[in-house]
Design a protein around this ligand. Structure first.
Ligand code: NI
Length: 177
């Protein structure tokens, strides 16, 4: 097990487009998944994309369990998603606060498609195809943006709604992704 350093905004590796995973059955790939799981757990993250630990491959993980630390958090099934394709299934957008492990200590109001369909593969190469809404839809759009070199501040339309978590939400611990 290995907890990796999460790259922070400003690092050019976060701006690159990630490459597809071609082979699932390698020690290197299994180690990557384990490292991402260990890192997300250590950081109490809701999601993590491989480029955030400096690996330019199309791999994201996300998931939120019911947790007394985050009583308002919506549950999202724990998912490893490889080579994802995300498509909106509505043009309607929703705005909500987001944070990111690569932009620590900040929150911004980000518009996202309210419903998306995504497909890809789990870590064993098994197909995943889901239509989702709510926080599940938001987190998958956030994570898959990382694979295109996009960080959530690039999606903010109203910069009056961007700031430090400790100022915007005093006394609260909020998950980052
Ligand atoms: Ni992020």
């Amino acid at each position: 097990m290995a907890i990796k350093l999460v790259l922070k905004m400003g690092d050019s590796r976060l701006l690159q487009v990630a490459e597809r995973v071609e082979t699932f059955d390698t020690l290197e790939f299994k180690t990557l998944i384990q490292d991402m799981q260990d890192t997300m757990e250590a950081e109490n993250g809701a999601g993590l994309a491989a480029p955030q630990i400096g690996v330019g491959l199309q791999v994201v993980i996300f998931g939120v369990e019911k947790n007394s630390r985050y009583p308002d958090a919506e549950e999202v099934p724990y998912t490893v998603l490889v080579n994802p394709v995300v498509k909106p299934i509505t043009q309607s957008m929703e705005e909500d606060w987001e944070g990111c492990l690569s932009v620590p200590g900040m929150r911004g109001m980000v518009p996202r498609f309210s419903r998306v369909r995504y497909h890809g593969f789990d870590q064993f190469g098994k197909s995943i195809d889901r239509s989702v809404d709510g926080f599940h839809s938001r987190v998958v759009q956030h994570e898959c943006d990382h694979l295109q070199g996009i960080l959530y501040p690039m999606r903010i339309t109203n910069f009056r709604m961007f700031g430090y978590t400790e100022v915007l939400f005093p006394g609260q611990t909020l998950m980052e992704e």
